[in-house]
Design a protein around this ligand. Structure first.
Ligand code: NAP
Length: 335
């Protein structure tokens, strides 16, 4: 199976792919017939790109979030799409919790103060931080990573509220110690909010100016999901006003970060590093490679988000393995 990868992805599993052409998409100058699999990480895969790859059968997305891949366009062309769910939950939840602690306990502000030579013997009365232990955390999107976040919060004796479209089974709610709330009620009732929904048409702009205004004074908003889920200009206004605090790993126009945030003491910024541990990134490569190898061998992909019918597109000639298994064209699966 002829494979194009946008870069060398980390970990030993990548070498199992054998002969791979490494080519950043920006350098893809013209049509590339013959390429059957594309290995991408957070790059845009749209109709314009697919037009250049007429023989493509698989898009292996390096990441659980596949919002930059036009899954419907792939479905129309009979191209399977896979992602890497599950193997990055711990890493991403660890970072979300780190951002929560850092934003609430003013860790970066203290670090900057010392480095600037301005040790002031801690915070003055009136500017003391709120305690994380025992506070109330709201989780928006209690899926794989949201649940990993809830388990961490339990260790901090936090009260946990959550929202999602489908309520969890009572047994799992009990195990996680999580109480269901409508989104608006959750925002008004929590000391901190951590966002873990995928970016979809429904979630883009989900946390808009009206909803941000529901947050209590001093509340912390943590976003390790996608920048587009929050109305970024509205968030910037709230942060500039100093009313709330935030820990942000994702932004609406990455790698651009709103310049107003650079000097604010009440926001902690990281450059989209939720899954950036060796364990998680190597495991993501392992899973993406296994998806490629499965499709190349004529087996179903392990973690499909879209799995078109074999009949949707003629199989390539010669010794190519059979196409991915039957499923409605363009079918999607969360995460
Ligand atoms: P997941 O298991 O699919 O969980 C997503 C949760 O969001 C589910 O509980 C889902 O429940 C809920 N949800 C979906 N649409 C919703 C809506 N309209 N309103 C309310 N809740 C909604 O996904 P995951 O593996 O935890 O990953 C979540 C996201 O994290 C990814 O899509 C990705 O964008 C992001 N991520 C970022 C990094 C990073 O490096 N910063 C790393 C990994 C992942 P219902 O379907 O019941 O609504």
């Amino acid at each position: 199976m002829k494979l194009l990868a946008t870069r060398r992805f980390p970990g030993p599993a990548f070498d199992e792919l054998g002969d791979v052409e490494i080519l950043p998409l920006a350098e893809l100058a013209g049509p590339r017939p013959g390429v059957e699999a594309l290995f991408v990480g957070n790059e845009t895969v749209d109709d314009a790109l697919l037009d250049l790859l007429p023989d493509l059968r698989l898009v292996a997305n390096y990441g659980v979030g596949y919002d930059r891949v036009d899954v419907a366009a792939c479905g129309r062309r009979g191209i399977a799409v896979t992602n890497t769910p599950g193997v990055l939950d711990a890493a991403t939840a660890d970072l979300a919790f780190a951002l929560l602690l850092a934003a609430q306990r003013r860790v970066v502000e203290g670090d900057r103060q010392i480095r600037a030579g301005g040790w002031k013997a801690g915070w003055a009365a009136g500017t003391l931080a709120a305690e994380v232990t025992g506070s109330t955390l709201g989780i928006v999107g209690l899926g794989r990573i949201g649940q990993a976040m809830a388990r961490r919060a339990r260790g901090f004796e936090m009260r946990i509220l959550y929202t999602r479209r489908t309520r969890l089974e009572p047994e799992l709610e009990r195990e996680l110690g999580a109480e269901y709330r409508q989104l608006d009620d959750l925002l008004a009732e929590t000391d901190s909010v951590s966002i873990h929904v995928p970016r979809t048409e429904q979630t883009e702009g989900l946390i808009d100016a009206r909803r941000l205004a529901l947050l209590r004074d001093g509340a912390v908003l943590v976003n390790t999901a996608r920048g587009e889920v929050v109305d970024e200009p509205a968030l910037v206004r709230e942060l500039v006003s100093g009313r709330i605090r935030a820990g942000l790993d994702v932004f609406a126009h990455e790698p651009d970060v709103p310049a107003e945030l650079y000097d604010l003491p009440n926001v902690v910024l990281t450059p989209h590093i939720g899954s950036a541990t060796e364990t998680a990134r190597f495991a993501m490569t392992r899973l993406a490679v296994d998806n490629v190898l499965a499709v190349a061998a004529g087996r179903p992909p392990l973690t499909p988000v879209a799995c078109p019918r074999p009949a949707a597109r003629p199989a390539p000639p010669a010794a190519s393995p059979s196409p991915p298994p039957a499923a409605p064209p363009g079918r999607t699966r969360s995460g």
